[in-house]
Design a protein around this ligand. Structure first.
Ligand SMILES: Nc1ncnc2c1ncn2[C@@H]1O[C@H](COP(=O)(O)O)[C@@H](O)[C@H]1O
Ligand SMILES: O=P(O)(O)OP(=O)(O)O
Length: 172
C-alpha cells in the first residue's frame, strides 16, 4: 500500500509553517491499519529482537501500538498526558518549541528488565520519543527499539534518541 498517497497533508496546522501529516484517511482505509501493522511486524521481525511490551504514546500511538502488541503477543502499555493515569506514576517534562509538555507512565506498568519498544505516529524533533525513553528507564525496563509510521527526516529527530534500532514506514 502506498501510505504517502493516502496520508493527507494539512498546511499551517496546528500553527503556521507546520505541514501536519494527517493519518486519519489511512486509518479510514479498510486495509490501512492492517497494512501499517504488517509493515511494523515485517521490519521488527527483520531486526530479530525479543519484545515483551509495546508502549504507545497518547493518543495516536495508542491506535498503532495496541494492535501491534496483539500481533506480537506482547503487553500494551500506555504513556499518557498528565493526570490521566490513576495509580502512582513516573513523570517526565520535556521542552517543546514553545513551552514544555509532560508525559506519565504507571510506575508498575512494566517489569524490571522487560524488553520494550516505543510506538508513535510521527517522529518530528524527537522530543516526545526521547522523553518516553526516560520514562522507560525509570521503570527499570529495557528499551530495545522505536517504531514510527512517519519520520520527518529533515528534523533529524532520531539524533535525539537513545541508540536502539528505529523503524519508520514513511519518510518525508
Ligand atoms: N508534522 C506533524 N504532523 C503530525 N503530527 C505531528 C507532526 N509533528 C509532530 N507531530 C506530533 O508530535 C509528536 C512528535 O513530535 P516531536 O517533535 O518528535 O516530539 C508526535 O506524537 C506527533 O503526533
Ligand atoms: O494528537 P495526539 O494526541 O496524538 O498527540 P500530539 O499531537 O500532542 O503528539
Amino acid at each position: 500500500m502506498d501510505f504517502k498517497s493516502i496520508i493527507r497533508d494539512i498546511p499551517d496546522f496546528p500553527q503556521k509553517g507546520i505541514i501536519f501529516r494527517d493519518i486519519t484517511p489511512l486509518l479510514a482505509h479498510p486495509q490501512g491499519l492492517t497494512a501499517i501493522i504488517q509493515g511494523f511486524q515485517t521490519k521488527f521481525a527483520e531486526l530479530n529482537i525479543d519484545i515483551d511490551a509495546v508502549i504507545g504514546i497518547e493518543s495516536r500511538g495508542f491506535i498503532l501500538g495496541a494492535p501491534l502488541a496483539m500481533q506480537l503477543g506482547a503487553s500494551f502499555i500506555p504513556v499518557r498526558k498528565p493526570k490521566k493515569l490513576p495509580s502512582a506514576v513516573f513523570r517526565v517534562e520535556y521542552a517543546l518549541e514553545y513551552g514544555t509538555d509532560t508525559l506519565e507512565i504507571h510506575q508498575d506498568a512494566i517489569g524490571v528488565g522487560k524488553r520494550v519498544i516505543i510506538i508513535d505516529d510521527v517522529i518530528a524533533t524527537g522530543g516526545t520519543a526521547a522523553a518516553t525513553a526516560k520514562l522507560v528507564e525509570q521503570t527499570g525496563a529495557k528499551l530495545v527499539g522505536y517504531g514510527f509510521l512517519i519520520e520527518l527526516d529533515f528534523l533529524n529527530g532520531r539524533k535525539a534518541l537513545p541508540e536502539v534500532p528505529i523503524v519508520s514506514l514513511v519518510n518525508y
